[in-house]
Design a protein around this ligand. Structure first.
Ligand SMILES: NC(=O)C1=CN([C@@H]2O[C@H](COP(=O)(O)OP(=O)(O)OC[C@H]3O[C@@H](n4cnc5c(N)ncnc54)[C@H](O)[C@@H]3O)[C@@H](O)[C@H]2O)C=CC1
Ligand SMILES: O=C(O)[C@@H]1CCC=N1
Length: 264
């Protein structure tokens, strides 16, 4: 797929992950706009202010990946480029209504997406919704986002907000698990290099098995858990009703509460 006119606005942790993933697929944004991006210049052009974007540049798609608090300022600076463009916002807690307001009079089509950082290696999951697109535009967005992983179109913003603490934030929970396993490996006396190797290898190996398997995650868990064996004793603690099942729900609710605060 060629992407003749893609403008990536914000090339930090998330925008940078998308950019890396796209580059690996041979997709180059035409222009990256970031105040402090250290991305190497070729094959795209890197600019630090919207004023440096050539006036005749007509982006088909603008990927917005600045912090949610930077939305108004970023879109205000992009006014000359918004007309007719599809604006895909990766911002948490910024509604279509607020995005449209920040676009002013421009005839942009607004898409809300929630990617995650495994996009950097083509293993992302992106939730996406829009009521502004025709079939061809929707297919264009799908092909762009599916270049960096799986894409899940959802019906409305409520569903996008519901998936944010699961998939947008989710990699953090998995990395926390790797951190905690490594700490435990150290605590039980393993040397640091071994602790790191076995913790990371376990999390990434389990993830790879999950990705490669048609089995339910519950089945894969049960496959590890010999009746009355060692794993069962660990899961007795982790799966107690007030342990992971409860704290995961509490964590997701807390994240959603924060998203609502940020949106208001
Ligand atoms: N980090 C993550 O895992 C995820 C982040 N997001 C969303 O992605 C967005 C970006 O988050 P991060 O990448 O973590 O933040 P970040 O702070 O790493 O990146 C933001 C980038 O935007 C640039 N920037 C900000 N305002 C600008 C402007 N007016 N003009 C040019 N460049 C500007 C900054 O220099 C920075 O490099 C947020 O809205 C967040 O909600 C969504 C899903 C996952
Ligand atoms: O923590 C955040 O607000 C963003 C949204 C999803 C992942 N990072």
């Amino acid at each position: 797929m060629s992407l003749p006119s893609l403008l990536l606005v914000g090339c930090g942790k998330m925008g940078g992950a998308l950019w890396q993933g796209w580059l690996k697929q041979g997709l180059a944004p035409s222009i990256i706009l970031d105040r402090r991006c250290d991305a190497p210049p070729a094959p795209h052009r890197v600019v630090r202010t919207a004023g440096e974007i050539p006036g005749d540049f007509k982006p088909d798609i603008i990927i917005l990946a600045v912090k949610p608090t930077g939305m108004e300022e970023a879109l205000a600076s992009l006014r000359p480029f918004l007309d007719g463009a599809i604006v895909i916002s990766m911002l948490a807690a910024r509604t279509v209504e607020s995005l449209r307001a920040a676009c002013g009079e421009a005839t942009s089509r607004i898409v809300r997406a929630m990617p995650n950082t495994p996009a950097a290696i083509g293993k992302g999951v992106t939730g996406v919704c829009s009521s502004d697109l025709d079939d061809a535009q929707r297919a264009l967005c799908t092909s762009l986002l599916s270049a960096v992983g799986d894409v899940a179109w959802v019906d409305n913003e409520e569903q996008l907000e519901a998936l944010t603490p699961i998939s947008g934030c989710g990699p953090a929970y998995v990395f926390l698990l790797a951190e905690l396993l490594e700490k435990e490996a150290l605590r039980v006396g393993l040397p640091p290099e071994t602790a790191r190797l076995i913790a990371r290898g376990t999390v990434s190996g389990a993830g790879a098995l999950l990705a490669a398997s048609d089995e339910e995650s519950e089945t894969l868990r049960k496959n590890v858990t010999s009746p009355n064996g060692v794993t069962a004793k660990a899961l007795e603690v982790l799966m107690a009703p007030d342990a992971w099942p409860a704290t995961m729900s509490e964590a997701i609710d807390n994240a959603m509460k924060r998203a609502r605060e940020m949106a208001s």
